[in-house]
Write a protein that binds this ligand. Structure first.
Ligand code: 8X3
Length: 256
């Protein structure tokens, strides 16, 4: 992966940040996107100094299609040759029942998890097809496999990520491009704090009694898929902590 250009959305924290660290440690050059410019700049300074890689920052809200188009178009030619697109930006707000939740919050979730992922794919993949080279790695979720209580809309968006990944793989079947859907189970990141609308105690309680995965753990799987030999397409990976069995069944120890 040395010298490859890897574009990561939502790179300022969690799985996205983990991916930035992992790919940089293996010598890849990075295009990092997120809204938090200060965090991106910090990451750029740290990873460039540590690994001697080049990092280009593209701060924009992935939901803003025009900003995304303009940002990508503004890249210098050498940076436009993206080898790997990691569609990571995603979120959930609230744990409401489908008939009780806030439609404006659900707009944000649907626009980010589905429409922005689709837009990034639409913007980046034509160049990959033209160059005959590229890998699209979507961060789906175990939530896309089956709905669970309080997760209706989020689960629907991640089921959509699976369908978009499978559909893209079909549409690219006569090309050397690869498409991967990584489906994490319980991962402890700021994601859960946002899910509980900033209630850190509720987020901590969610992981009590089980050792969740970290963003770095998922980054290992993303890297595994990206670095597999060209003739191997890791289509889908479900990654859970030990002691988790499904989206709703996990074993939580009482005293830890
Ligand atoms: C997040 C994983 O288990 O909260 O995609 O659905 S889970």
């Amino acid at each position: 992966m040395k010298g490859k250009i890897v574009f990561i959305t939502g790179a300022s924290s969690g799985i996205g940040e983990g991916c930035a660290r992992k790919f940089a440690s293996q010598g890849s050059d990075l295009i990092l996107n997120a809204r938090n410019v200060a965090k991106l700049e910090e990451l750029k300074v740290e990873l460039e100094a540590k690994y001697g890689v080049r990092i280009c920052l593209l701060p924009f809200d992935v939901r803003d299609r025009n900003a995304a188009t303009m940002a990508l178009a503004s890249l210098p030619e050498e940076w436009k040759r993206i080898d790997v697109l990691v569609n990571n930006a995603g979120l959930v707000i609230g744990v409401d029942k489908e008939f009780e939740g806030n439609l404006d919050e659900w707009d944000i979730v649907i626009d980010t998890n589905i429409k922005a992922l689709l837009a990034m794919t639409r913007i980046v993949v034509p160049g990959m097809v033209e160059r005959g080279h590229g890998h699209i790695i979507n961060i789906g979720s175990i939530a896309g496999d089956a709905a669970y209580p309080g997760g209706s809309v989020y689960c629907a968006t991640k089921a959509a990520v699976k369908a978009l990944s499978d559909g893209l793989r079909i549409d690219l079947v006569d090309t050397p491009l690869r498409v991967t859907n990584i489906k994490p189970g319980m991962v402890e990141t700021n994601f859960t704090v946002v899910r509980y609308r900033g209630d850190k105690d509720a987020a901590d309680a969610f992981y009590k009694g089980i050792r969740p995965l970290t963003g770095d753990d998922i980054a290992e799987t993303v890297y595994y898929a990206a670095s597999a030999p060209e003739h191997i397409q890791i289509a889908e990976v479900l990654v859970m902590p030990t002691y988790q069995a499904t989206g709703t069944i996990s074993y939580k120890k009482k005293d830890c």
